[in-house]
Design a protein around this ligand. Structure first.
Ligand code: PFF
Ligand code: NA
Length: 440
């Protein structure tokens, strides 16, 4: 039987969609990128700017992806072919390319988090920073890294192969509550550490001077982070909203999803900094080293650090899993909708291709960084920017009508949303893209 005869899948419950979208949003972006950006960007002053971007860029943009998905009930390629004309028809392909690039190396990093979970349980962590760094370099590339990348990719394939209700929805209903409970628990544990109050001061005191001196790099960083953390510009929210059957209040769902993502990011800072300060580890180290070197070394220094570290890295692995399945689903939805390929075969095939594409990243950290930069700072922002221009400037009526389903007459709020998309969102993304290209 071809998939044309089978009705398109839908979420089973009201919370299925919200859980899945929260699971997608909460990922590595919240756990290693966010706290360190806050720390380096002037503490609470950065936090405030970031919150403004989330509210005035992230929120309008997530609603755009939702209405496109729910209106077309299609994967990003099919959705854009339906609503776009001329060259706009092909915009969906950018999302597919972005998905392949991001998922190939994200799975490698996720593999490291599994390796570091096991490391804590088996041997504990190395307290000496130089030794911890050496260990990371050994574990991050080579056969072992490839093996854990394969293990992670296989888990993604198994979940996605079971489909929307029995695969993704079931998985996120277990994984997301786990992430929330463990994160809050770890923050409580961290508050008992002796370095906690010094850490809170570092994390939460606003340094307006830093913002004033470095705003040219802080503003695009905050804008890019707001987009990445909400899983925007990858076609994920289009795809997930395409499985919504009923006309739900998308503004309310968007606010809930953003609230959770922001809360988890914020709470992670309350975990990471007390641990670093208590162990006397420099909180300034950015990038991959931040959690796999500095934080791992801090766990090596603490009583019961092996256990706390294993719980921490295990949670990061879970968060990465619930994000990766959303990215995989973008491609699978395309193959099912447009190519009529059966879900199981599509998932296996894409899994194998992504495994192969990830091998260069699992062999050379420089390549991994290059893919990361290219995807985050260029592809993601480019796809998002073009979608916002298309919907904001030429499909405004359609978009407002779709948003009003499940909410009722929006009145001038509908116009306010469209104008937010047309000007501030487009300008912010354009500037972020220009700076990304220059940096690349
Ligand atoms: N919102 C995710 C995060 O903050 O980590 C971004 C993401 C990355 C989603 C990779 C999915 C993914 F596979
Ligand atoms: Na996130």
């Amino acid at each position: 039987m071809s998939s044309v005869d089978i009705p398109r899948e839908q979420w089973a419950t009201r919370f299925g969609f919200i859980f899945a979208a929260v699971g997608s949003a909460v990922g590595l972006g919240n756990i290693w990128r966010f706290p360190f950006q806050v720390g380096q960007g002037g503490g609470a002053a950065f936090l405030l700017i970031y919150l403004l971007f989330v509210a005035f860029v992230g929120f309008p943009a997530i609603l755009v992806e939702f209405v496109v998905g729910r209106y077309t009930e299609r994967n990003p390629v099919g959705a854009l072919r339906e609503i776009g004309s001329g060259l706009w028809q092909y915009l969906g392909w950018i999302f597919i390319v972005t998905t392949f690039v991001i998922l190939s190396y994200y799975s490698v990093v996720a593999g490291w988090t599994i390796r570091y979970t096991i490391l804590g349980l088996q041997n504990g962590y190395l307290a000496d920073a130089a030794e911890a760094e050496g260990q990371f370099v050994t574990l991050a590339t080579g056969l072992e890294a490839i093996a854990f990348h394969a293990l992670f990719m296989a888990s993604v394939v198994v979940i996605v192969a079971y489909g929307i209700q029995r695969g993704i929805e079931l998985a996120v209903k277990v994984l997301v509550p786990l992430i929330v409970v463990i994160t809050v628990g770890m923050a409580v544990y961290a508050s008992t550490l002796e370095g906690a109050s010094e850490a809170y001061a570092y994390y939460l005191s606003p340094e307006w001077g830093t913002i004033a001196a470095e705003w040219t790099s802080i503003l695009p960083a905050a804008a890019g982070q707001a987009f990445f953390t909400l899983s925007l510009g990858m076609g994920i929210m289009i795809t997930y909203a395409s499985y919504l059957g009923e006309d739900r209040n998308l503004a309310e769902d968007g606010a809930i999803i953003i609230g959770f993502d922001t809360a988890i990011a914020f709470i992670t800072g309350l975990i990471v900094f007390p641990i670093l300060f208590t162990a006397g580890v420099d909180p300034g180290a950015p990038g991959a080293g931040a959690i796999f070197v500095s934080l791992a070394a801090a766990f090596g220094d603490l009583t019961l650090g092996w256990l706390m570290g294993a719980v921490f890295f295990g949670t990061v692995a879970i968060a990465a899993l619930s994000s990766a399945i959303s990215l995989m689903e973008v491609v699978i939805a395309y193959l099912i909708d447009e190519r009529d390929i059966d879900r199981t075969r599509a998932t296996l095939g894409v899994g194998v291709v992504l495994f192969l594409l990830g091998i260069p990243s699992a062999s050379d950290l420089v390549l991994l960084d290059l893919f990361d930069l290219f995807a985050d700072q260029i592809l993601l922002v480019l796809g998002g920017l073009l979608l916002m221009i298309l919907v904001g400037w030429s499909l405004a009526n359609l978009a407002v009508d779709e948003l009003e389903l499940g909410i009722g007459d929006l009145g001038s709020l509908g116009a306010a949303w469209i104008w937010a998309v047309r000007v501030p969102v487009v300008v912010v993304l354009f500037v972020a893209l220009a700076l990304g290209v220059i940096q690349y």
